[in-house]
Design a protein around this ligand. Structure first.
Ligand code: FES
Length: 107
């Protein structure tokens, strides 16, 4: 079963296991990872589930939709080439070991 690691701006790490089929937003909220808000309920309408994907993991991620791309222009923290929305990424065995950095702000 897959696992995912969140790293906060303070360097705190949260590794959560058995997450196949769940979206990054839901995993973070369920496990109280600080800094992920997900205000719109996962509908790609708020950009408060913003995460930075570890560079080495980028090639494994599915491409983003036009909607996610557009919404990423509304992030509170700076948008970077490795920015994604947590509500748009579902964990699969292919993403096992994914590492995500939490931005310093979402609002
Ligand atoms: S939860 Fe609102 S865009 Fe992801």
């Amino acid at each position: 079963m897959s696992k995912v690691t969140f790293i906060t701006p303070e360097g705190e790490r949260f590794t959560i296991e058995n997450v196949d089929g769940q979206r990054i937003r839901e995993i973070a909220l369920e496990h109280e990872v600080p800094g992920i808000v997900g205000e719109c309920g996962g509908n790609c309408m708020c950009a408060t589930c913003h995460v930075y994907v570890a560079e080495e993991d980028l090639p494994r991620l599915p491409p983003m939709s036009a909607e996610e791309d557009a919404m990423l222009d509304n992030t509170a923290a700076e948008r970077r080439p490795n920015s994604r929305l947590g509500c748009q990424i579902r964990m699969t065995p292919e993403l096992d070991g994914l590492t995500l950095y939490v931005p310093d702000r979402q609002l």
